[in-house]
Design a protein around this ligand. Structure first.
Ligand SMILES: Cc1cc2nc3c(=O)[nH]c(=O)nc-3n(C[C@H](O)[C@H](O)[C@H](O)COP(=O)(O)OP(=O)(O)OC[C@H]3O[C@@H](n4cnc5c(N)ncnc54)[C@H](O)[C@@H]3O)c2cc1C
Length: 593
């Protein structure tokens, strides 16, 4: 590598990348998660299969999934017995505001303003189980009255100003992937509501290769960002499970966290400065490596859930694409041993980009999702199983798995592997190979589709998360699981609940815990409400056990009721007053946080 001569100054080198490739119209589903060409389905043989060609699991039958689910849930599942969705359920009448609409039509081209009922509906929800139930089996009482697609910051500014002049309000929308009811419209909102969709602002405006920064528009999804940066040898490294569809603006507004945060940081560390249009005017400031400038309004936008301003772009730190990317996996006899392993990995200071520890049920779930095997593969897998269970003495009902992703230079990755596997063997871990690690990591993107499939097959499911100190984490897992079992039994629900946890993020001070919860709802009255009730109880248990209100999903409307348990009255007053001060007319009217 060439070294700069003493006294030479690194020259700034700006690149303006090409725009991202365009998805064909309608590529994303409106009624379920993800791309329309992908998803779980039942094949003619009555087996679950994954359609499409995007993911490793695509085009494959998954014969063990239903039999395994039956065993776990303690109910009989008939692959052909569907609770047929009624999407789209009734879309509420529009609140018309002719003056606002005429002014928008004059400012934006007609194709960029829509009152199409299905688009209005899609912009009025995210991906909570309540959202998905409502659009398939219930109803949303209030949705945006129109959707607008600005193409630049000036248009964003003008839409907000026109809303003010004409007595309307605005809700910024990115990928619509939130899981907090953040895009739900307040039911008592009498004004016309415009959903301001930022997806057309999807460019990386520039890359500064020398200083490793980039200015990125708020509506760019993770896919679009990585495509534009990747062509020039860079990555943002922010990879939430929703990265294919969620946007930079949404990540900032929800204070998101990605799977590779150990190497690249969470969104608040990646963002150097934010440009935003607010009811008070624009927020903008050149980025600096780090600053002490008193209270910084741009920072308040992180986690602001669309309440204080509309993020139009942000400058972020970027990284060279890693030379080496290797997966790994380790099996442990028990969750306790796996947990001691992840604790020691964090304490060692040598932490791979991603470290995720699944409990036994989630490990089993991963096994049940394995596609049908060829004869040879089946024999190999039976032998491996025999070795793990008979020779190593692991128990099928208690063993757990940890998936690893290493990124960096060859020597860096090799050093990390040595350190991590040494710690693993100290805790009785057995290396289970790169293939299993990669499968586990990539499966995350396909698993995102399973919730919609299950809902159609009488299983209602949702994930929820928290962060908690190391010393409280294991007790919290046990308490939440126990509480879910109690709540499930108390209501006399069918079969058994599915409740499983994984450790997804490591910090010096603790971990992020990510739970999946599901139950069979055939014959249950108002299942979505029952689910929400139990999830509320689980959140109560999380808070009692020392967990946070949310590690990365946010508050939205779903967790608003818990705010007084995590903020003092003075802190709540600050939040209220800040909103009143910068947006006295509640122009940004989503009512979150
Ligand atoms: C399958 C799945 C997996 C997920 N995995 C993760 C994960 O790994 N990590 C994680 O952190 N989250 C995850 N989430 C949650 C979700 O993807 C994040 O909250 C994400 O940050 C939302 O981004 P979005 O662009 O979809 O925002 P939206 O859902 O469109 O909006 C969310 C909130 O942000 C506001 N907002 C959006 N854009 C702007 C803007 N430009 N300016 C101001 N406000 C704005 C909206 O008004 C709303 O209040 C997951 C969700 C799903 C469904």
């Amino acid at each position: 590598m060439a070294h700069a001569h003493a006294g030479a100054h690194p020259e700034a080198s700006r690149i303006v990348p090409e725009p991202p490739s365009q998805l064909p119209p309608g590529a994303e589903s409106l009624d379920v998660w993800g791309f329309r060409d992908s998803g779980f389905e039942v094949n003619a043989a009555g087996q679950v299969a994954f359609r499409g060609s995007r993911y490793a699991i695509s085009g494959k039958a998954i014969p063990n999934l239903l039999p395994w689910a039956e065993g776990v849930l303690g109910v009989k599942l008939d692959a052909f017995d569907r609770n047929t969705p009624h999407y789209p359920t009734a879309v509420p009448e529009r609140v018309a505001n002719p003056g606002f609409e005429a002014a928008l039509a004059a400012r934006l081209s007609p194709a960029r303003v829509s009152s199409d009922p299905q688009l209005r509906l899609r912009h009025g929800h995210g991906h909570t189980q309540e959202d998905m139930w409502a659009i398939k089996h219930g109803a949303l009482r209030r949705v945006p009255d129109l959707v607008v697609w600005p193409e630049d910051e000036a248009e964003v500014r003008d839409v907000l100003e026109l809303a003010r002049v004409h007595g309307a309000c605005v809700v910024p929308c990115g990928g619509g992937t939130n899981v907090t009811d953040a895009l739900r419209c307040p039911e008592d909102e009498r004004r016309s509501i415009a959903s301001l969709d930022l997806r057309r602002l999807n460019r990386v405006l520039w890359i500064d290769a020398t200083n490793r920064t980039a200015q990125i528009q708020a509506g760019a999804t993770g896919l679009e960002i990585e495509e534009q940066l990747g062509r020039h040898g860079f990555t943002l490294g922010h990879e939430p499970d929703s990265a294919e569809h969620s946007t930079l603006g949404g990540w900032i507004a929800t204070n998101a966290s990605g799977m590779k945060k150990n190497r690249y940081g969470n969104i608040e560390q990646l963002v150097l400065s934010v440009r935003a249009v607010t009811p008070e005017g624009d927020l903008e400031r050149p980025p600096a490596p780090r600053e002490s400038v008193g209270a910084d309004p741009a920072r308040w936008l992180i986690g602001s859930e669309g309440q204080l301003g509309i993020v139009t772009s942000a400058s972020v730190e970027i990284f060279p694409l890693p030379a080496v990317r290797r997966f790994g996996s380790v099996l442990f006899p028990s969750f306790e041993q796996g947990f001691r392993f992840v604790f020691d990995v964090q304490r060692s200071g040598v932490v791979p980009a991603s470290v995720r520890l699944m409990d036994n049920l989630q490990f089993q779930f991963g096994q049940a999702l394995k596609p049908a095997k060829t004869r040879l593969a089946a024999i190999k897998s039976a032998l491996e199983k025999l070795y793990v269970l008979r020779v190593r003495g692991f128990e099928a009902e208690s063993m757990v798995a940890c998936t690893l992703l290493f990124e960096g230079s060859e020597s860096e990755v090799a050093a990390q592997e040595r350190s991590v596997y040494r710690i693993a063997s100290r805790h009785g871990g057995m290396q289970a190979g790169a293939e299993n690690g990669e499968r586990g990591y990539q499966l995350t993107f396909a698993i995102a589709y399973i919730r919609d499939f299950l809902l159609d097959h009488w299983v209602i499911a949702e994930s929820f998360e928290t962060s908690v100190a190391w010393s409280d984490a294991q007790a919290l897992c046990a308490n939440v699981k126990q509480r879910i079992w109690q709540e499930h039994a108390k209501r006399g629900l069918p079969g058994r609940p599915f409740i499983s946890v994984r450790v997804t993020q490591l910090y010096e001070t603790g971990v992020c815990l990510y739970f999946y919860f599901a139950f069979h709802y055939k014959g249950v009255a108002a299942p979505s409400e029952v689910f929400a009730d139990i999830e509320r109880a689980a959140r109560d248990e999380i808070l009692r056990s020392g967990g946070s209100l949310s590690h990365h999903h946010g508050v939205g409307k779903l967790r608003q009721e818990f705010l007084p348990r995590v903020f003092s009255p003075a802190a709540l007053a600050w939040r209220r007053k800040l909103k009143q001060a910068v947006d006295p007319e509640n122009l940004l009217g989503a009512g979150n946080g």
